[in-house]
Design a protein around this ligand. Structure first.
Ligand SMILES: O=C(O)c1[nH]c(=O)[nH]c(=O)c1I
Length: 309
């Protein structure tokens, strides 16, 4: 079985990578992903200046996944731009996630990324749910349209967007209609965490995380059906774009389901946080075994071929 694939003119040994924000904050974590079996990896979403993020506890594992309100802690875009400039792209592709706190901040970072002319693939994060006072961009369609128009004017390469989950067909239609106005948006990553959930410790009668009265984005088993729906909704609506699947992946079977639903690459968040980078070898083995059992030799044999009844 061959797990290799091509995406944006790059060769990937397999379709597996981390979700931005997980195991990708600093040099140590990023180097571990580079040395792992992941086919690619992505840096923590960055801002113009370094950020400490929200008070701890701000991430907790739960029975079926995780809850987080990290608050965009990161070392600042200059660190990540320097990291992606030094990367050996012959080893594996590398993505750089950007999440400016304003349109001006995003444009300032994008100008520097363009000037650096690095092979890194940019993933513009439009869906951070945890910066107090900053409603996420992708739930404000006019703001998203303005952001994409401005970034496409500044940036000169294909890039992608990290999207939140939508839960209404009319919202899939409206979001896809906006994304389709921008051919430079070459891929759509679905989904970010399901924002502003609440996890409770029954014994102590207390919320699990400190920021925002315990409200935070959830990941893990809770989000798989929503993630698959968003992958398939944008796969159907954006025929000229690729989709990266993210959400609820912890075994090869969920990787298979994301690919079947239309994903070209698959990101792993909560399960990576809990198991560590060794998960990628396990997921690759499990995906290959499932493909072999079904008689598939390459990802193309089943990618995007979900059947309806
Ligand atoms: O709180 C965070 O840092 C965070 N947490 C998430 O669950 N998604 C995001 O895009 C971000 I930027």
């Amino acid at each position: 079985t061959d797990l290799s694939t091509r995406f944006l003119d790059c060769a990937f040994a397999n379709p597996l990578m981390n979700a931005s924000g997980v195991w990708c904050y600093d040099q140590t974590e990023l180097d571990a992903l580079n040395l792992s079996a992941a086919g690619a990896y992505v840096t923590k979403s960055c801002t113009l200046e370094p950020r400490a993020g929200n008070p701890e506890p701000r991430y907790k594992a739960t029975p079926l996944g995780s809850i987080n309100s990290m608050g965009l802690p990161n070392l600042g875009y200059r660190f990540y731009l320097d990291y992606v400039a030094k990367h050996d792209y012959a080893r594996k592709p590398l993505f750089m996630s950007v999440a400016g706190l304003s349109l001006e901040d995003n444009l300032a970072m994008v100008r520097e990324i363009k000037a650096a002319n690095v092979p890194a693939i940019m993933e513009l994060n439009l869906s951070c749910p945890n910066v107090p006072g900053k409603p996420q961009i992708a739930y404000d369609f006019d703001a998203m349209d303005a952001m994409l128009a401005a970034v496409c004017r500044e940036y000169d390469k294909p890039f992608g967007v990290k999207m939140p989950p939508y839960f209404d067909i009319a919202h899939f239609d409206a979001a896809a209609e906006i994304l389709n106005r921008y051919p430079q948006v070459a891929f759509v990553t679905c989904i970010n965490s399901i924002g502003n959930a609440l996890a409770i410790d029954t014994e102590t009668e207390t919320v699990l995380i400190k920021p925002k009265d315990g409200f935070g984005g959830i990941g893990g088993d809770y989000v798989l059906p929503t993630a698959l729906a968003n992958v398939n909704a944008f796969f159907r609506r954006c025929p000229d774009k690729k989709v990266i699947g993210c959400g609820g992946v912890k075994t090869g079977e969920q990787v298979f389901q994301h690919l079947l639903a239309g994903a070209s690459l698959v990101q792993v968040g909560t399960a990576l946080q809990e198991e560590g980078p060794a998960i990628f070898a396990r997921l690759a083995d499990e995906l290959a075994a499932l493909m072999a059992k079904k008689g598939y030799k390459t990802l193309g044999d089943f990618q995007g071929k979900l059947k309806t009844l």
